[in-house]
Write a protein that binds this ligand. Structure first.
Ligand code: ATR
Length: 276
């Protein structure tokens, strides 16, 4: 049997743990396949997508900064990808069409919404920090559950505005006002890269918060950003981005292999021990 080939496209990719994740599951399920990093420039997207058409590649994940840029090269985009205009999983369907799907929406739902009582979130005010590649998926994941009291703040306000064009029910908060508005919020979700290992951090303090605040950070390296740690010390309920990473991968794997791989402690430990 020939080896199937999968990979993730993006730039930069050096820290991606997707190969570790998928190769672990391939091995566990005795699938002869290999998943690799495919670091490309924007003008190479078409060439890589064509490899799916030619069946030289069986599946691709897409990460920063190409989740939108990849769309014009696909035959169709479906389901959550259509609703978010954000594609992170590509495959060839039975009609030989190159399909773009989104598994970040599922990833956020499984790692956060499902873990709380849905009813609980309906009336909650949610502040989303950032307007990057994963932000539309988080908003749509909440919207699917009718959770719509959503506020967004981004350093570059235009990017928040373009997300609002897609989700008109969200309200924009100026970046300099996040500390003041935080006191009204029940949930704060960080989708920026602030707090990432070897990266920049928040310059403004987020101090004024409700004692019952819930904090979610899409970052998982480190597992606890400075802000998450600070909130945890205040006995705030916190979530890091590790589960979202694992669950988006689970759905991608399932779309490609028709097998739902398990997200368990063994896998988590492997991923955690490989965080650099
Ligand atoms: P992309 O925007 O290419 O999809 P991303 O990593 O998904 O990349 O998103 C980066 C997010 O982190 C953006 O919301 C970005 O804000 P801008 O839109 O203003 O760039 C945010 N971000 C990154 N560095 C930041 C900083 N120093 N201060 C505030 N926000 C920052």
């Amino acid at each position: 049997m020939i080896e199937k080939k999968y990979g993730v496209i993006g730039n930069p990719l050096s820290h991606s743990l997707s190969p570790l994740l998928h190769n672990f599951w391939f091995k566990k399920h005795n699938i002869k396949a290999n998943y690799s990093l495919i670091e490309i420039k924007e003008d190479q997207i078409e060439e890589i997508v064509n490899k799916i058409k030619k069946e030289e590649l069986q599946g691709i994940n897409v990460t920063v900064p190409y989740k939108q840029a990849v769309i014009p090269f696909l035959d169709l985009i479906i389901n959550d990808a259509k609703e978010t205009s954000s594609v992170n999983t590509i495959y060839l369907n039975n009609e030989k069409k190159v399909v773009g799907e989104n598994t970040d929406v599922y990833g956020f739902n499984s790692s956060f919404i499902k873990k709380l009582n849905n009813e609980d979130l309906l009336e909650k005010k949610i502040l989303i920090l950032g307007a990057g590649g994963v932000t539309p998926s988080i908003i749509y994941s909440l919207k699917k559950k009718k959770i719509e009291k959503i506020y967004i703040s981004n350093r570059t306000v235009e990017k928040a505005q373009s997300i609002k064009a897609k989700f008109p029910f969200i309200e924009i908060i100026l970046w300099e006002n996040i500390n003041d508005i935080s006191l009204e919020m029940d949930v704060i979700i960080n989708t920026t890269s602030l707090g990432m290992k070897n990266g920049s951090d928040f310059k403004q303090e987020i101090e004024k918060i409700k004692p019952k605040l819930i904090y979610y950070d899409v970052i998982y390296n480190p597992l606890e950003t400075k802000l998450l740690k600070k909130f945890k010390e205040k006995e705030i309920r916190t979530f890091n981005g590790l589960d979202m990473f694992l669950y988006q991968g689970q759905k991608s794997f399932c779309l490609w292999n028709k097998i739902n791989p398990e997200v368990d402690q063994e896998l988590k430990n492997i991923i955690i021990s490989n965080l650099k």
